[in-house]
Ligand binder design. Sequence first.
Ligand code: ATP
Ligand code: MG
Length: 273
Amino acid sequence: MSVIEMRQIKREYRMEVKKKKSSSKEDNAVVVRALRGVDFSAQTGEFISVMGPSGSGKSTLMNIIGCLDKPSGGTYVLDGIETSTSDSDTFAFIRNIKIGFVFQSFNLLARTTALENVELPLFYRQKKKGEKRKLFGSEAAVRKEKAMTALKDVGLEQRMDHFPSQLSGGQQQRVAIARAMVNDPAFILADEPTGNLDTGMTLEIMGLFQQLNDMGKTIIMVTHEPELAAYTKRIITLRDGQLVSDKQVTDRRSAVTDLAQWKKDHALLAEEE
Ligand SMILES: Nc1ncnc2c1ncn2[C@@H]1O[C@H](COP(=O)(O)OP(=O)(O)OP(=O)(O)O)[C@@H](O)[C@H]1O
Ligand SMILES: [Mg+2]
């Protein structure tokens, strides 16, 4: 099933350029064409990397995919819903319900336990016009049950009552991933999710993404690193606001295998020292 259908997506930023001594009153606008007509679709169960040099339009594209921003042109159908013509309530609803966000900096609430952090999106879940009330049985018990299941899926059932400061960076990112999954979104959108993690934790998180993807979760991840893209199933590359390459990964690496090898090498190194 198609979760993302983008056709000729364009995003232009108009920048007003101030000229102090301009005599004419016409506005001096410079237009930055950040996306110049991108066609992109994704199916349920895919694991996709978005790559490209700095300034190529990755964040701009991710903001549009994540319904944080609307394109200047083109159409975007998310899980069957046309986003460009939707009103702002529906747009926010799509963002809250259909997409799970994972950021480089985890973005967990510090004074809140792992379990409560994961429960949060269930509070924000608003009722959409016309939707039946019973879909939103957000009673405390239901919320807790859902959050516990998500934490189990990321292997943190033993850490539910820990605060973020009592967790390692990798564990904090696991909590963030559980939070992203708790509403059972159409896909998870991860922007450089391992940017703040060391090699071991990075491999752990990539292993977790692979495991979740094996369970059927759809994941889209921005990364600068080809080594990380090698764990995904498909790589799209942007350049100057255009999609210049779209390839299936043929020899996909296993993060679990690489982590085991890394731990071995690490232990050997420690012995030598
Ligand atoms: N709010 C904005 N106003 C004006 N121009 C912008 C804005 N945001 C991005 N741009 C421009 O759009 C282009 C694409 O930017 P974008 O942030 O999408 O790049 P990126 O691929 O994410 O880069 P990086 O790898 O450095 O994060 C750049 O030329 C950038 O300067
Ligand atoms: Mg960026």
